[in-house]
Design a protein around this ligand. Structure first.
Ligand code: 13P
Length: 251
């Protein structure tokens, strides 16, 4: 019922030449994949080139953030309509690195969410607890609050395309993946919060991705879990062969 989505978050990596080499290596190899949505979110400056390279292939392109105003005197910001106009279809919102290093809050995530939906970008809203929050038994409280505040004011109708990504902060870039059981427990909780907010039909259709040290060696066990509908992949999405292996998960 839920089509898996595997998304690569390239963060601040690659030169333009390296983007071209990746596209040449990766796109022909995955052109047969139909039953999983494939997404790559490169740095802003490569979105247009990558989207052009992906034309006619199943690979979609997204942004790693958006600003909430459409246009104006906001030096260095990039708006949702701008991103849409250069070929982006998705936008990652509220990534923990944005929260940690750039003062992103649930309130600003909420503004970016509405801007993305208005421009017809599919939002991927990221939530996740820190190690300290997990160890002090606050995981569900933190995740519940991030979802309720981040999605505040969203109508049931608008929530239909939304994607949530659960990325425990302690598992990002550390090589420490959450076990499939830990991830499943939080994903089931997220689906319950979404049920409370928007009803079971929306919750049952919503894709909830796991992110945090996903790689070829752990994707199958993660995808075998009922409430894990895909992955948001950092480091292992930077190399064509390792990302393709993840896309060809069994589970
Ligand atoms: P890693 O896969 O490198 O741990 O990064 C996860 C992530 O932050 C994806 O958004």
């Amino acid at each position: 019922m839920r089509k898996p989505l595997i998304a690569g978050n390239w963060k601040m990596f690659k030169s333009l030449d390296e983007v071209g080499t990746f596209a040449d290596d990766f796109i022909p190899g995955v052109s047969d994949i139909k039953d999983t949505d494939i997404l790559i979110c490169p740095p802003y400056v490569y979105i247009q080139a990558l989207a052009q390279a992906c034309e006619g292939s199943p690979v979609m392109v997204g942004a790693q953030n958006v600003f909430w105003e459409d246009q104006g005197a906001y030096t260095a910001e990039i708006s949702a309509p701008m991103l849409k106009s250069i070929g982006a279809d998705y936008a990652i919102l509220g990534h923990s690195e944005r929260r940690q290093f750039f003062s992103e809050t649930d309130e600003t995530v909420n503004k970016r969410l509405f801007a993305s939906l208005k421009a017809d970008l599919v939002p991927i809203v990221c939530v996740g607890e820190t190690l300290g929050q997990r160890e002090s038994g606050k995981t569900f409280e933190v995740i519940g609050s991030q979802i309720r505040q981040g999605l505040k004011g969203l109508s049931t109708e608008m929530s239909a395309t939304l994607v949530i990504a659960y990325e425990p902060v302690w598992a990002i870039g550390t090589g420490k993946t959450a076990t499939p059981e830990i991830a499943q427990e939080v994903h089931a909780y997220i689906r319950k919060v979404i049920t409370d907010l928007f009803g079971s039909q929306i919750a049952q259709g919503m894709r909830i991705l796991y992110g945090g040290s996903v790689k070829g060696e752990n994707i199958d066990a993660l995808m075998a879990k009922d409430d894990i509908d895909g992955a948001l992949v950092g480091g292992a999405s930077l190399e064509a062969a390792s990302f393709e292996r993840i896309l060809r998960f069994k589970g």
